[in-house]
Ligand binder design. Structure first.
Ligand SMILES: NC(=O)c1ccc[n+]([C@@H]2O[C@H](COP(=O)([O-])OP(=O)(O)OC[C@H]3O[C@@H](n4cnc5c(N)ncnc54)[C@H](OP(=O)(O)O)[C@@H]3O)[C@@H](O)[C@H]2O)c1
Ligand SMILES: [Zn+2]
Length: 340
């Protein structure tokens, strides 16, 4: 049997190990992807650190996958060998729960599958995934650029378009990392008055290059007060991993503004009820999207020139790529490549 290299986590909080495995065969309804690139997302810590219950190990992380369809399982229609495809966090669904019947497959209540967590993901030369999870990659988007658009991209694009903010509105992106640097571009390309918020001055110039009209240094400035000087934010895409930072930004919302909670702090967010009442503002969580949302993200990016800023690592350097992401030093997305 032909072999492939994968990077697996042997147990919760275990190290990344590069191992050889047999190349898997796609079952009914599945396709096999020859992986070319896979972004390294902060949420890969779910697999690395065992943050969800019942993860079965060893597990291959990775939910920012870009590659080509390499084998097709029984019953799959509409995809052909060689199609350029991406796969994100959404890894499959039951098809009959209330959410699925409403078309919110990524919100499946009974069997929500997550790529790289419920089954093996893209830190690998090949992976098998349900055909329903595939997004078609436009010709002019490279695998290294497509990978991060499959999670960091769709999460910010899709939350922005469901936030109620539109052209001309003030949109703030809090936290300029993998998600945030794409959020800034999506907001700017959508015609929003775009505010980038990060700690320290060193990201100011890059944020402006990405399209931010205004930069707020959360170390030196009062985030809510600065946003209110602009009339308040119609939406804040909160990608930070700190609850206190999200809480402090809430007061910067405009009338009917929404704090879109994308980052996953491990503490509760606090909201001043008076602030909420007098601005009718809201806190809304958002999880990335389904495969058609990813495809929309890719199309919008192809059309408008939104691209991730990437640092590329070969698959065997997954550990270095993960560490630089976790340290906050990556500019702005680490991407693994297989050379295939
Ligand atoms: N909702 C979803 O569907 C979804 C999808 C993907 C990811 N996520 C989650 O979103 C979060 C971000 O993911 P990512 O891949 O973008 O991570 P990342 O690349 O590590 O970026 C996180 C950014 O947050 C900034 N940050 C953290 N605490 C901050 C604070 N107190 N003030 C200002 N900035 C702060 C960091 O800045 P520094 O450089 O200053 O440390 C870093 O740039 C993670 O929690 C991840 O699990 C959620
Ligand atoms: Zn992710």
């Amino acid at each position: 049997m032909a072999k492939m290299r994968v990077v697996q986590v042997p147990k919760a909080k275990g190290p990344f190990e590069i191992v050889e495995r047999e190349i898997p065969q796609p079952g009914p309804g599945d396709v096999r992807i020859k992986v070319q690139a896979c972004g390294v997302c902060h949420s890969d810590s779910v697999t690395k650190d065992g943050l969800f219950p019942n993860i079965s190990y060893p597990r291959v992380p990775g939910h920012e996958v870009a590659g080509v369809v390499d084998a097709i399982g029984a019953g799959v229609k509409g995809w052909k060998l060689g199609d350029r495809v991406g796969v994100g966090w959404y890894g499959g669904h039951c098809g009959y729960c209330d959410s699925c019947r409403r078309g919110y497959f990524d919100m499946c209540l009974i069997d929500r599958q997550v790529t790289g967590i419920s089954h093996d993901g893209g830190y690998a030369e090949y992976m098998v995934t349900p055909a329903v999870t595939l997004a078609l990659i436009p010709d002019d988007v490279s695998p290294v650029d497509a990978g991060p658009l499959m999670c960091a991209g769709v999460t910010t694009f899709n939350s922005l378009r469901h936030s109620g903010a539109g052209p001309g509105d003030v949109v703030a992106v809090y936290g300029i990392g993998g998600l945030g640097h794409l959020g800034v571009q999506f907001a700017a390309k959508s015609g929003c008055r775009t505010v980038a918020i990060a700690r320290g001055a060193d990201k100011a110039e890059l944020a402006k290059k990405l399209g931010a009209h205004i930069y707020i240094d959360s170390d030196k400035q009062d985030v809510a007060a600065e946003l209110l000087k602009l009339g308040g934010a119609k939406a804040i895409l909160a990608t930070v991993t700190a609850a206190d930072a999200m809480s402090a930004a809430f007061g910067g919302l405009a009338l009917d503004g929404k704090l879109m909670v994308l980052g996953v702090p491990n503490a509760p967010i606090q909201v001043n009820p008076i602030t909420a009442i007098f601005s009718r503002s809201a806190v809304r969580g958002w999880a990335s999207g389904s495969s058609i949302d990813s495809q929309d993200t890719l199309r919008f990016s192809a059309l408008t020139g939104v691209r991730p800023m990437t640092q590329v690592f070969p698959l065997e350097k997954a550990n270095d790529a993960y560490d630089i992401m976790m340290s906050g030093k990556v500019r702005f997305r680490a991407v693994l490549t297989t050379g295939l």
